[in-house]
Design a protein around this ligand. Structure first.
Ligand code: GLN
Length: 474
């Protein structure tokens, strides 16, 4: 996967004057010119701005100033992160043309370290989906095989890195939207602990679950980007009041003495090629000195059901703000209620409407306790299961996605089949824990397989240690 230069090598070369940010950017723009027509990773390529920023980074290097940890590193941003004065659409007609008046905190933090933003990436509309087929602007293709999906909802961010359009990217993960596309595109993808990374300026989908995290080719690069975007932000009331952790420092520690949990009652549904790679990963860690122990997570099989009550419930209230008055598109009508209805009818796609209806139903008077209330209880059971498991295991290993990247259209007629893509990733979001996907070899049809490393709250350092060992082993 070292086909393209990574975050750490670009930053080091630019800072040392071995190359320039402009040359690095030009190489990435050339790859965009060559393949973006076929891949469609971006809703917007920020060519002019990127050139101006790269030139500024080079000037700083020339003046002998510190150009930052990400000097000249081309980064792509999921198009649900606010960028000041730059269109932010969430791949929805309802936000088309909207230009936020401020930058997301993560965007600010990357920029402050010298990153060069190459563009805003495509996603399933409002991050609802697992294939990027729900974008209002057309799907993104998997650069490794363009007859297949890149995963979702952050499919554009994954494809941009896999195709060499950017050295790293940011996505958002509510139920798996960073880890699943990372697995399907052969990348490292990280969902940090809930509250570790600020969501200020991330367009909300399900506020008790959403987290921002990076996509990269290597574990070290993911550690660098996570360190840069983490840390307390007074502008996000859910932000954990402590500084960013040291993750890069943990990468070389190995896994000797660590206890790795294997889930004895893993929910069914993973393909044999995926399970074979999981077994190989466990064996590799055992060879490197870790102890493999069995853990049970009996409530895991209810996680998907709970998620599809909680996430749509929160979405239905978060998406109430798109009314044709405050943001984006408005469909003119004779009276205000018709204007609201016509704007939302024209502005939202089918999956978003389905979620709003599910969520509104789950929250309605008389049903609240039976659906939403019960889902919250299941959420608690899942957290309790994890707490018991983490009393004996330092991290847990599962598949990331039940299958390798699938073909376009193969799940679009069956929402439940699509929802099942996230069966192994959703429990982490419900618990608020960190998890990451690491490429671990090849499965069916020569497509990459990802292994998921799960850790307890703020267990990122150990999680990255294990991920680094898996990377060495493969
Ligand atoms: N695929 C899941 C969903 O559609 C997760 C999406 C996400 O993490 N944003 O809800």
């Amino acid at each position: 996967m070292a086909e393209f230069p990574g975050v750490s090598s670009i930053a080091a070369d630019v800072a040392a004057g071995r190359t320039t940010a402009r040359d690095v950017l030009d190489a990435h723009l050339a790859r965009i010119d060559a393949r973006e027509g076929e891949v469609h990773a971006f809703n917007l390529v920020m060519r002019e701005r990127a050139m101006a920023v790269a030139t500024e980074v080079d000037a700083r290097v020339k003046r002998g100033e510190n150009p930052g940890r990400l000097a000249g590193v081309p980064i792509a941003l999921k198009d649900n992160m606010c960028t000041r004065g730059v269109e932010t659409t969430c791949s929805s007609r309802i936000l088309e043309g909207w230009k936020p008046p401020y930058d997301a905190t993560t965007v600010q933090k990357l920029a402050a370290e010298g990153a060069v933003f190459v563009g805003k990436t495509n996603l399933d509309e409002f991050a609802m989906g697992s294939s990027t087929e729900n974008s209002a602007f057309g799907p993104t293709r998997n650069p490794l095989d363009t007859s297949r999906v890149p995963g979702g909802s952050s499919g554009g961010s994954a494809a941009a890195v896999a195709a060499g359009f950017a050295a790293g990217s940011l996505g958002s993960d509510t139920g798996g939207s960073i880890r699943q596309p990372a697995a399907l595109c052969g990348l490292v993808g990280v969902k940090p602990t809930y509250g570790l990374v600020s969501r200020y300026g991330l367009v909300a989908f399900a506020s008790s679950l959403d987290q921002i995290g990076p996509f990269t080719h290597t574990v070290e690069d993911a550690a660098i980007l996570t360190e840069v975007i983490a840390g307390h932000d007074p502008l996000d009331s859910t932000s954990i009041p402590q500084p960013a952790p040291d993750l890069v420092g943990a990468l070389g520690a190995g896994v000797k003495g660590l206890r790795i949990g294997r889930v004895a009652d893993l929910p069914e549904g993973a393909d044999p090629d995926v399970l074979a790679r999981l077994d190989a990963a466990l064996e590799a860690l055992a060879r490197a000195g870790a102890t493999i122990i069995d853990v049970t997570l009996p409530s895991l099989s209810f996680a998907l059901t709970a998620y599809y009550l909680i996430a749509p419930a929160e979405a239905s209230s978060n998406l109430a703000r798109y009314d044709g008055v405050r943001y984006g598109r408005r469909v003119a009508a004779g009276d205000i209620n018709t204007m609201y209805a016509d704007t939302r009818e024209a502005g939202f796609g089918d999956e978003v409407k389905r979620r709003i209806m599910l969520g509104t139903y789950a929250l309605s008077a008389g049903y609240y306790d039976a659906y939403y209330g019960k889902a919250l209880k299941v959420r608690r059971l899942i957290a309790d299961d994890f707490a018991r498991a983490y009393a004996t295991a330092d991290v847990i290993l599962t598949p990331t996605s039940p299958s390798v990247a699938f073909r376009f259209g193969s799940k679009t007629d069956d929402p439940l089949a699509m929802y099942l893509c996230d069966i192994f990733t959703i429990p982490t979001n419900l618990a608020g824990h960190p998890a990451m996907s690491v490429p671990f070899g090849i499965g069916q049809d020569n497509m990459p397989v990802g292994v998921q490393v799960l850790a307890p709250t703020l267990g990122e350092a150990t999680m990255f240690r294990v991920a680094a060992e898996l990377e060495r082993a493969v």
